[in-house]
Write a protein that binds this ligand. Structure first.
Ligand SMILES: [Zn+2]
Length: 423
């Protein structure tokens, strides 16, 4: 609601949004040898991430937000509402990155939130509820190996003490890194839930661009299962050991890879995605039958129960494979996140505002994990997806989305937040 009829409606400044994304993207930038492009390497709580936190916190303060940092380093900028005691509408995402990132992943949601605040201020718009803009600690899970860590702690799925004790590959704890950078805030990680949570994010896939859509209204996030599979066979001479006497861990790993690929690609389990992304073979020599392979299985499906059944089927398959090839196979669970359906009302608000603004959109399920799925356990939550170029390539310096596409997504964010903050 505008405070004066003479004032213009708030408008997203596409150029300012772009300039903010570019400026933040220079923090932790590097020249990527594979693409020849400038990429971003800003793992959570590294010096680069700390610098990015200072930059964005400064922008929050410059936009008049009151900044508070919680005990896991999640950072919130608060814009008061007419009712100061009302639960806020929270806009969030992350500013940490993988080691080979572009400038959009996560940052679009945070800087988009900041752009929403700037647009409201310029237009002199006050809202009934407060609005908050947040970035969460270690969303990527690359350094401390737990995805969506800060938002999971906020939502109560992971205990603060467990999160602080997580270590990186060098044995450095997350808690000590928070302290080193002065990022461990005085505010408790829990506290009253927001009224609603909205996140604008690049799609990181090809669906919206191929369908010629301006935006995606995200319906939910699929369930994700990561397991590590260790296959133990017997090392043997490649020339002297008869085929029937081999216990070849490499063959078992290849069979598993093909089995999962066919299971997903054949359509036997509609909606299943299966990937064996890692094979570590030892001794990894041309003339030795592999003794051991450590591989990973990434399985995803929109339906939890279906993914549970796939996991059980794969477990049985591994049993048969071990018996047939004479190898030993063990599995270790790395990740299991449940499928999340976003709140009907928030989806409806996003859908109607997107339509009202004239954007072409489709409902879309997220193939990747996001902070919104953690926040969805705490309050009604929703997401807006922005299409990317180059088939939506992400976690790569080629990640790209046009200024118009980004501005459309943030405009939809603005309209949604206004509806929720005054609704
Ligand atoms: Zn992200």
């Amino acid at each position: 609601m505008t405070t004066s009829d003479a004032r213009p409606a708030p408008r997203i400044d596409a150029g300012r949004l772009r300039a903010s994304l570019r400026q933040l993207g220079r923090v932790g930038s590097y020249l990527d040898p594979a693409t020849g492009l400038e990429g971003v390497n800003r793992l959570s709580l590294t010096d680069a991430d700390a610098e990015a936190r200072r930059l964005v916190t400064g922008w929050m303060e410059a936009a008049g937000l009151t900044v508070r940092v919680d005990a896991i380093g999640n950072t919130f900028g608060h814009r008061p509402g007419r009712d100061p005691d009302a639960a806020p509408v929270l806009i969030g995402s992350h500013i940490d990155s993988v080691a080979t990132a572009g400038i959009f992943d996560g940052c679009l949601g945070v800087l988009g939130g900041l752009e929403v605040v700037r647009a409201l201020d310029e237009a002199g718009v006050a809202t009934a509820r407060p609005i908050e803009v947040a970035f969460f600690t270690e969303e990527e899970g690359v350094r401390f190996e737990t995805d969506m860590l800060g938002s999971a702690v906020r939502a109560g799925r992971i205990a603060l003490t467990d999160a602080l004790a997580l270590t990186d590959r060098d044995g450095v704890t997350l808690g000590s890194e928070l302290d080193r950078h002065g990022c461990r805030g005085p505010h408790p990680v829990d506290g009253p839930p927001p009224h609603a949570y909205v996140e604008c994010h690049i799609e990181q896939g090809p669906v919206l661009a191929r369908a010629g859509m301006d935006l995606g209204v995200v319906t939910g996030v699929q369930a994700i299962s990561w397991q590590e599979v260790t296959i133990r066979g017997t090392p043997a001479h490649a020339g002297t050991t008869p085929m029937e006497l081999r216990r070849d861990a490499g063959v078992a790993a290849a069979r598993l890879t093909l089995h999962l690929h066919e299971l997903a690609a054949s359509g036997a389990v509609p909606g299943l995605r299966a990937t064996v992304g890692r094979h570590d073979t030892s001794p990894n020599l041309a003339n030795v039958v592999p003794q051991r392979v450590v591989a990973t299985m990434d399985l995803r499906h929109p339906d939890d129960a279906r993914l549970d059944r796939v996991e059980q089927d794969v477990e049985r398959y591994l049993g048969h494979l071990a018996a047939e090839l004479g190898v030993e196979i063990t599995t270790r669970r790395l990740v299991r996140t449940r499928a999340v359906a976003f709140d009907d009302h928030v989806r409806e608000v996003i859908g109607s505002r997107v339509e009202e603004a004239g954007y072409r959109s489709i409902p879309i399920l997220s193939g990747a994990g996001h902070d919104a799925q953690e926040m969805a356990t705490l309050c009604p939550a929703g997401m807006i997806f922005v299409p990317g170029l180059h088939d939506g390539i992400s976690h790569n310096p080629r990640e790209e989305s046009t200024p118009e596409a980004c501005a459309n997504g943030v405009d939809a964010l603005l309209r949604t937040v206004l509806a929720l903050a005054d609704g």
